[in-house]
Structures are given as structure tokens and as C-alpha cells.
Design a protein. Structure first.
Length: 155
């Protein structure tokens, strides 16, 4: 390789190369693939393409009329995507996505977390909602501000 430069606002890498056998020079362009080939494995076993918009719209429903801006929700989705794309190559269980979102939402806003958890865990009776709220309060009393979790919760 003779030269390498970012072009088109950093979206493309332009490289000048030279063939070792014939010394001919040529240019290659490397682009980040825009489409995600990640599939989500649903509860029923079916597979669907991962859609960031679907994750974001679920969060927006959970945060409806709460003082959380779109920037905070997009940052949460960015964190979830970073984790998912690091751990999974082709397929991710929907349960993993749900847990990853819930874990971050719990730290961001308790009411939004309860709304999300009620749909994700499919609460059937009020007692389920009350138990989750009590677990949230118990967890909050044990937490020390600024301290990271030693073990990750599955909720």
C-alpha cells in the first residue's frame, strides 16, 4: 500500500496500492456496509432482520410523556447495538435484546423501565407489576451511586 486516506466525510477509505509482481498501481475504495445482516430470533423461533427503528420505537412508547429526550434514547440504543454487534455475528435472541434494553433503561428512568418491563415480561396481573416495582426499589437501595455492577442482572 502506497497511500491511504479517508474520503467522503470519513465514510470511505481510499487506498493507493501497487502490485508487487508487475508494479502496476491501482486504487481501491473501502466502504462500511450500510445494511445489517443481523437476524433476531423471536420467541416462536422465527427470524426477522434486526431493525434499529423497531427498538427505538419500543423505547419511545415506554418513555411516552416522560422527560427523556430522543438523544438519550438513541444513546441507549447505540449502547445496546454496540454490545449486540460485539457478541453476536449473525443471529441474536430477542430475549438478549430485551434484557440489554431493560438493564440500561432501569438506570436511565425507573418509570420507563416499569412500563417496558410490563410489556417485555408480559405481566398478567397487577401483582406482577407490584412485585417488579418492589424489586426495583430493593435494587435501588442496595446500589451505591457511581459503582458498577459486579454481576449483571437478567432483568
Amino acid at each position: 500500500m502506497i497511500d491511504s486516506r479517508a474520503t467522503e466525510g470519513g465514510e470511505v477509505v481510499r487506498r493507493r496500492r501497487q502490485c508487487l509482481s508487475c508494479s502496476r498501481r491501482y486504487t481501491t475504495y473501502e466502504r462500511v456496509e450500510a445494511t445489517s445482516k443481523l437476524l433476531v430470533i423471536k420467541k416462536d423461533g422465527s427470524r426477522a432482520p434486526y431493525l434499529r427503528e423497531k427498538l427505538l420505537s419500543g423505547l419511545q412508547r415506554a418513555c411516552w410523556k416522560l422527560p427523556l429526550g430522543l438523544d438519550a434514547l438513541e444513546a441507549l440504543v447505540d449502547e445496546v447495538e454496540e454490545e449486540v454487534f460485539r457478541q453476536f455475528d449473525r443471529e441474536v435472541p430477542s430475549s438478549h435484546l430485551g434484557i440489554a434494553v431493560a438493564r440500561r433503561l432501569r438506570k436511565l428512568d425507573k418509570v420507563a423501565y416499569l412500563r417496558y418491563a410490563s410489556l417485555y415480561h408480559e405481566f398478567q396481573v397487577v401483582d406482577d407489576f407490584i412485585q417488579e416495582a418492589q424489586d426495583l426499589l430493593d435494587h435501588e437501595q442496595r446500589d451505591v451511586a457511581g459503582q458498577q455492577d459486579l454481576f449483571s442482572d437478567d432483568k
